[in-house]
Design a protein around this ligand. Structure first.
Ligand SMILES: [Zn+2]
Length: 56
C-alpha cells in the first residue's frame, strides 16, 4: 500500500478509461461523458463507477 496514494484506472459506463488519483480531494468526472466516477471521502476516493480490477 502506498501511504501517499496512487493512481487507479476507472472505467466509466461510456467505456472511457480514466486514470485518477485515489486520494483526490474533489469529485472526479468522466472527461468524455461528464458522469461522476469517483468522489472524495477525506482519504481514499470512493469509486462510483467500476474500477477496472473488477472487470477481470
Ligand atoms: Zn463516461
Amino acid at each position: 500500500m502506498e501511504p501517499r496514494g496512487n493512481f487507479v484506472k476507472i472505467k466509466c459506463k461510456c467505456k472511457n478509461e480514466q486514470v485518477v488519483f485515489d486520494r483526490a480531494s474533489s469529485e472526479i468526472k468522466c472527461l468524455v461523458c461528464g458522469e461522476l466516477i469517483a468522489k472524495p471521502t477525506g482519504g481514499k476516493i470512493s469509486m462510483v463507477a467500476r474500477p477496472l480490477e473488477d472487470l477481470k
